[in-house]
Design a protein around this ligand. Structure first.
Ligand SMILES: [Zn+2]
Ligand SMILES: [Zn+2]
Length: 129
């Protein structure tokens, strides 16, 4: 079996050797850019009303710690996570029963999984995939 030669990361100026595509650091940056292309926060339903609500929500003692606890979790709740991911037009979007505290990291990991359609949406209390 031939050993596949490694290639430099396709990001201009990056010398990291990878099997193909980009090094983990630059793939991450691409993912971020993709995130920005999803539309502004406002378009996704995260309005001033939502900002006020989440500020209040993450200060509640029972919501201080991230409920998702995915690998890399920072533990401290930084945003409101939708247990059942849903569009802002869905009544579930505003239903407190569908809200839980999550750190920004876990929320974005979960959000990405949902958007790219990997696996099924999370269920409450699920710890890891
Ligand atoms: Zn790179
Ligand atoms: Zn977390």
């Amino acid at each position: 079996m031939a050993i596949k030669p490694k290639h430099p990361c396709s990001h201009p100026g990056c010398a990291a050797l990878v099997d193909k595509g980009k090094c983990p650091e630059h793939s991450k940056q691409d993912a971020k850019r993709y995130d920005n292309q999803r539309g502004s926060a406002h378009q996704r339903g995260y309005t001033a009303r939502w900002a006020r609500y989440s500020k209040w929500f993450i200060r509640q003692p029972e919501n201080v710690f991230c409920k998702l606890q995915l690998p890399g979790c920072t533990n401290l709740t930084g945003c409101v996570d939708h247990i059942q991911p849903c569009p802002p037009t869905d009544p579930l979007f505003w239903s407190p029963a569908n809200h839980q505290g999550a750190c920004i990291h876990c929320n974005s990991v979960k959000g990405k999984r949902y958007i790219v359609g990997e696996g099924k949406p999370f269920e409450a209390g699920m710890r890891r995939v």
